[in-house]
Design a protein around this ligand. Structure first.
Ligand code: NAP
Length: 637
């Protein structure tokens, strides 16, 4: 696999290009061609896409409009092949292209982000525009070599800041290394679930399976010089701040079991939110005599073929592994507490058609515009449907007109999927407002699995787990050869099981007291120079890519380090005032989002009931506020 950056020269015939256009994505291709050729007349009013969330295929263009759009695109491709690429587009032209694609003049607030996003692959405008003076001593310890740790390392490398990455696993990849359950696949399109600076134009699938993504992260770690800095099979046990020296001491357990202290000026925690599996607190769980394991600790030595298998959970993980194993096992019993809402994505498991691959590889800016189209429609575009309308009646089943529209659409999908099984439909139809929990992307696999003769869906609550199997509250015991848990993660227990001690001996988990908070999701008062990635309130529910967030966070962290070095400070500590005001704003906004008012079970609330995970605003806002630190929010040491 290569990380592609440059589009290749077009040498294709008209006929071949016309064939490729059958597989193109016109709402993104037309602005890309307008930019590549400089011909803005391609953006005809009559061909403007509809930007509903989720967007209809091809932006809702009719059959006649599609013919017209493809003819225009073919002529533009010929012009590009025969005449070459136009000069770089100016901001005014980009704005017109964006307004055409989004159908919104208010979209212009996105222009600075768009300009950054549309930069040629080899320019990488988010790279640090500075380098540390080699004479200044400053080093960073990154905890975790998953998606966040890799981008942190890549950027520190570019800035010439020495760093070490401490990783408990034997390889990079984090969640994509650990989650090897059958059917594991990303639920955000690759174009957006990838680093902005390491875009591929040759993704084999629209949504990569686990092994493809793991290889992507391995390649990135290699290519950006991060892997060579990783200490594998090494676990951080504790981090302690030295008040006198303004440094951090990390106690680590080495692969040989011995302990060692590592010192650094700053610590970047890149341990993820979904890192510690959560096994359910069900009576008798330890008594089951057969093999049992969690989705994130899949035991590939256990052959499930021909076995009677019980599954607890129907979240995003279980919704992927249940269809993947259903045909192999003798009997599959799924214990469902709360059904997931499904979003219909018919091409979820499909390969990217050859023609579309060709266009990504040959048409300048097409991959960028496709990424921006996804960002606009399926990321920012979904947010209004998650916002609570206080005037909207009882909010149990929907929280606004938009949210109700989403509910109607997804209800119709389930009704269609389970048309032959009204008994199952009654069990799988959620009774809570959509977006209270993560939506599950589906291409029909869920209904196909649950409707199989060897699959049973049980909604009677579990009473206990026995040596033989599972007993439900109606007294029925079902016997199993293996028991699988798709029961999620201890998401609100940020940075566990490490011990973190900050200024004046303050323990992080005591300060948090079960309610993790941070300023920008990144810094915590009393913990100078400790920077969190994927920290409190940086998760997104209705879509979006957590990679976008990690890139914003690392941008902010690098600018903090630059500030420290340029101003000659040793450390910076977030003030309680800035932290508290920020969190008040977050809490207020989360209380107006569907996950803030929903009473359905989800991992989006901590033990105090607060939503310590989710980001309630647009991605644009996070991008804007992490562009540079506000020195007034910090005490410098
Ligand atoms: P999850 O969303 O927390 O789902 C856990 C499931 O286990 C739920 O169905 C839950 O029921 C059930 N459960 C938990 N404790 C139970 C108990 N005591 N008795 C019965 N059922 C119990 O966990 P997940 O599926 O691993 O997903 C976690 C997150 O990881 C997702 O939200 C998503 O952000 C991410 N993820 C992404 C992908 C992807 O990109 N494709 C795939 C997997 C995961 P309740 O709903 O009633 O609590």
């Amino acid at each position: 696999m290569t990380i592609a950056r440059l589009t290749e020269t077009i040498t294709t015939t008209d006929e071949e290009m016309a064939g490729d256009l059958e597989a193109c994505h016109l709402p993104a291709l037309l602005p890309a061609l307008a930019q590549a050729t400089g011909d803005l007349s391609l953006l005809r009013d009559g061909l403007r896409p509809v930007t509903a969330a989720p967007p209809p295929p091809q932006g809702g263009l009719s059959a006649e409009q599609l013919v017209e759009a493809r003819e225009l695109a073919l002529a533009a491709l010929q012009a590009l092949r025969d005449g070459g690429e136009a000069e770089r587009a100016n901001a005014g032209d980009l704005r017109r292209m964006m307004e055409w694609m989004t159908g919104s003049t208010s979209a212009s607030e996105y222009l600075p982000l768009l300009i950054e996003e549309l930069s040629p692959f080899d320019e990488d405008p988010r790279a640090p525009q500075w380098r540390k003076d080699p004479a200044t001593e400053f080093s960073v310890a990154i905890i975790g070599a998953g998606m966040s740790g890799i981008v942190a390392g890549a950027r520190l490398k570019q800035a010439g800041v020495p760093f070490v990455v401490i990783e408990k696993n034997p390889d990079v990849g984090g969640t994509w290394l650990e989650n090897t359950y059958p059917g594991a696949r990303v639920d955000v399109s690759n174009a957006f679930y990838s680093y902005s600076f390491a875009q591929r134009v040759d993704w084999p699938q629209h949504y990569s399976p686990q092994d493809v993504l793991l290889n992507y992260f391995r390649d990135c770690a290699e290519e950006y010089g991060v892997r060579e800095q990783v200490r594998f099979n090494t676990e951080v046990l504790s981090c302690e701040y030295d008040d006198d020296r303004n440094t951090w001491a990390l106690l680590v357990r080495n692969p040989d079991g011995g302990e060692e202290r590592i010192e650094a000026n700053a610590v970047v925690s890149a341990v993820g939110q979904l890192n510690q599996p959560k096994l359910p607190d069900i009576a008798g769980r330890g008594s089951f005599e057969g093999p049992s394991f969690h989705s994130a600790r899949w035991d590939h030595d256990v052959d499930l073929g021909g076995k009677r298998v019980g599954v607890v959970g129907t979240g995003a993980s279980a919704a992927q592994f249940i269809p993947a194993i259903a045909a192999d096992v003798e009997q599959l019993t799924v214990f469902q507490r709360t059904p997931p809402w499904l979003v219909a994505v018919p091409h979820y498991q499909d390969e990217v058609p050859e023609g579309q691959q060709w266009l990504f590889q040959h048409v300048p800016h097409y991959a960028h515009w496709f990424r921006f189209w996804l960002f606009w429609t399926t990321v920012e575009g979904m947010l209004p449907a998650a916002r609570v309308d206080p005037e909207w009646g009882p909010q149990e089943r929907s929280v606004s007109a938009e949210n109700d529209g989403m509910r109607a659409m997804m209800t119709a999908y389930l009704e269609q999927q389970f048309a032959d099984r009204p008994d199952l439909l009654a069990q799988v139809l959620p009774q809570y407002a959509p977006a209270s929990k993560r939506l599950v992307l589906d291409n029909g696999a869920w209904a196909s699995a649950l409707m199989r003769e060897n699959v049973e869906l049980v909604t009677e609550p579990i009473a206990e787990i026995t040596p033989r199997g599972v007993t439900t509250t109606d007294g029925e015991e079902r016997a199993f050869d293996a028991l699988l848990y798709g029961t999620g993660f201890q998401a609100s227990r940020f940075l566990t099981p490490m011990t973190v001690v900050g200024r004046g001996g303050v323990a992080l988990h005591e300060q948090w007291d079960g309610d993790a908070r941070a300023y920008m999701g990144i810094t915590v008062p009393n913990f100078p120079n400790m920077f969190l990635m994927y920290g409190p309130n940086t998760n997104i529910v209705v879509n979006g890519s957590i990679i976008f967030f990690s890139e914003c966070e690392v941008q902010y962290i690098l600018k903090c380090i630059r500030l420290l070095l340029e101003e000659g400070h040793r450390a910076m500590d977030c003030t309680s005032e800035a932290h508290d005001a920020y969190n008040e704003r977050i809490d207020e906004a989360n209380s107006q989002m569907v996950w803030g008012v929903a009473t359905v079970n989800s991992w989006y609330r901590n033990e105090t009931g607060r939503s310590a995970q989710n980001w309630p605003f647009s991605l644009l806002e996070y991008w804007e506020q992490t562009r540079r630190p506000d020195p007034a929010a910090y005490e410098f040491l």
